[in-house]
Design a protein around this ligand. Structure first.
Ligand SMILES: Cc1cc2nc3c(=O)[nH]c(=O)nc-3n(C[C@H](O)[C@H](O)[C@H](O)COP(=O)(O)O)c2cc1C
Length: 182
């Protein structure tokens, strides 16, 4: 069955390796799936003072609608200081409110952490899981997706080396299986 996947990239950087990995992953979904990047860099820092019916930023509403419209959420993120980048946490907070109307509720998710280093964003990957448990999102458990030494597997056009495509495909296949359970 065709599904819509919202793809959130934790990095706001133009040349982001995480975004390049996200684009490689997006190509590996079944042809009737629609995987779309969702912008998070335009979201004002979350504050309950502005998140009122009178003053809610249009960017919050648009973001929440895009997540609500999706059947699942794929997170591809770097690690910042052994945690997730602030921009991604902000997006999670924006999507989680107003209280009782979380856009994330029950959306199956997959997490891929990306790093030029050897620890592969493990800290970010698991920090993100902590929030997704609270947000009631079933998260892909296996295969765990830690992409380390990322500069070694991307070519100048942003494509992953042939030897890595199979690993990325195994992540997408397992995620599709998870999505089909819901
Ligand atoms: C504020 C900051 C903190 C960082 N902390 C970590 C870290 O904890 N672990 C890690 O592997 N890399 C860390 N890095 C390096 C990033 O992995 C690297 O900049 C990476 O390219 C960012 O992902 P992107 O290419 O998708 O933008 C940090 C980078 C920044 C800017």
């Amino acid at each position: 069955m065709s599904k819509k996947i919202a793809v959130l990239v934790g990095s706001l950087r133009k040349g982001s390796y995480s975004k390049q990995i996200a684009k490689n992953l997006m190509k590996l979904f079944p042809s009737d799936y629609e995987a779309k990047l969702v912008e998070i860099g335009n979201l004002p820092l979350y504050s309950e003072d502005i998140d009122t019916p009178e003053s809610v930023p249009a960017e919050y509403t648009e973001f929440r609608d895009q997540i609500k419209d999706a059947d699942g959420v794929l997170f591809v993120t770097p690690e910042y200081n052994r945690s997730i980048p602030g921009g991604l946490k902000n997006a999670i907070d924006v999507g989680s409110r107003p209280y009782g109307q979380s856009a994330w509720d029950k959306k199956p998710a997959a997490i891929v952490s990306v790093s030029p280093g050897a620890i592969s964003g493990f800290g970010a990957n698991h920090t993100l899981r902590q929030s997704l448990v609270f947000l009631n999102m079933p998260v892909l458990q296996q295969p765990e997706a830690y992409i380390g030494n990322v500069t070694n597997i991307l070519d100048k056009d942003g494509n992953v080396a042939e030897g890595t495509v199979g690993f990325l495909q195994s992540i997408v296949d397992a995620y599709v299986e998870l999505l089909n359970r819901y």
